[in-house]
Design a binder for this molecule. Structure first.
Ligand code: NAD
Ligand code: TDX
Length: 331
């Protein structure tokens, strides 16, 4: 089987490439990645001789078409992925998330290639903190930010191409991932690398916002389960019952890195900041038999801290620029 992995030089995609090479020796891997600020060849350096790497834009039909033609499955991770960036400049989010997904859909339509589209629980908007409800596959779309609106748009394009043109696609909407190779603009690696630098972690607003954390390897195992056994046209929610508020996460990072739990600072809140995400994973568990292998957030976080300590050369070149951008935003 030949798999075309878009966004394979990003956080989740790079982990997916590593896991696929480890667990699926029958799969030949091609990565298509534009190498934006978020992508890094370094994330694939140790497997460079085992994959085909193509630097290019998913919105460029001339690049995409021959790659899709020679593939059995397209696993579509490529996206602009950071909410804060989408508030500063939504334009690349429309280009990659909407126009890029459209270009891939047209290519899989032409060549009859199977597509799995990676999306986010943020398409459902947010839940109240005291609401016992969780998102299900039936929750209506209600995105809040330019990022989540463009992801919602891309999901709806996929659904329309399945219904209108019979494209063989599935969609998954996952909660917040953590683990190695995550860009240091994101919440958890930003705080870990701040502490390594002797800087206090930064909590947006009061820090009561809840995210439903899942280890990246558990997300990616679910993606293979869906490619192997998912029903065409179906949406699957991926989550590991990992709800925590941001203050709890910062306190745990502080504790695991040997600091006092209160040793962080409050910074400006994110405009339109979603309150709570929570995934009901019943369909994934019952239909596909998926179970998380890393359900213990504390030990997964400790391993992640260790990874950033041991791989400073991977993140160090980006740190000053990321923090300068946040400083301008009062964050
Ligand atoms: P990331 O920002 O770390 O990586 C994105 C990758 O896509 C980068 O390598 C970048 O170079 C590449 N890319 C961007 N624009 C491109 C283009 N036009 N053409 C080709 N490549 C392009 O993102 P991530 O956190 O790994 O997220 C991957 C996917 O998972 C995204 O679709 C995101 O919406 C989804 N997702 C992420 C999370 C999370 O917690 N990070 C949770 C749920 C869903
Ligand atoms: O310094 C920070 N301090 C802080 O309190 C940063 C960077 C974030 N936060 C808060 C904002 C969020 O409530 O932490 C939470 C997590 O923030 P992000 O890492 O930016 O993630 P989020 O906005 O929840 O979106 C993530 O999960 C869903 C991914 O970036 C998306 O790609 C995915 O779709």
């Amino acid at each position: 089987m030949r798999a075309l992995i878009t966004g394979g030089a990003g956080f989740i995609g790079a982990n997916f490439v590593h896991q696929t090479l480890q667990d699926r020796p029958d799969v030949a891997v091609t990565v298509l990645d534009k190498l934006t600020y978020a992508g890094s060849r370094d994330s694939l350096a140790d497997v460079a001789d085992r994959i085909t790497f193509v630097e290019g834009d998913i919105a460029d039909a001339d690049v995409v078409d021959p790659l899709v033609a020679e593939s059995d499955v397209v696993v579509h991770f490529a996206a602009e992925s950071h909410n804060d960036n989408s508030l500063n400049d939504p334009s690349p989010f429309l280009h990659t998330n909407i126009t890029g997904t459209f270009a891939l859909l047209e290519a899989v339509r032409r060549h009859g290639t199977r597509l799995h589209h990676i999306s986010t629980d943020e398409v459902y908007g947010d839940l109240e903190l005291d609401d016992p409800a969780k998102f299900t596959e039936q929750t209506p779309y209600n995105p809040s930010s330019p990022y989540s609106a463009t992801k919602a748009g891309s999901d709806l394009l996929v659904r329309a191409w399945v219904r209108s043109f019979g494209v063989a696609a599935t969609i998954s909407n996952c909660s917040n991932n953590y683990g190695p190779y995550q860009h240091i603009e994101k919440f958890i690696p930003r705080q870990i690398t701040n502490l390594i630098d002797g800087v206090k972690p930064k909590l947006y607003g009061a820090g009561q916002n809840v995210r439903d954390w899942i280890h990246v390897r558990d997300h990616n195992r679910a993606v293979w389960d869906i490619i192997d056994r998912g029903r065409i046209g179906q949406t699957y929610l991926i989550g590991a019952d990992g709800e925590k508020n941001n203050k709890e996460v910062i306190e745990l990072i502080l504790e695991l890195m040997g600091h006092e739990p209160g040793d962080y600072e409050h910074v400006a809140d994110r405009p339109g900041h979603d309150l709570r995400y929570a995934i009901d994973n019943t369909v994934l568990r019952e239909e596909l038999g998926w179970q998380p292998q890393f359900p213990d957030f504390r030990s997964g976080l400790a391993d992640t801290i260790e990874w950033y300590r041991e791989n400073e050369s991977w993140w160090r070149p980006r740190k000053a620029e990321v923090e300068a951008k946040y400083a301008k935003q009062g964050q």
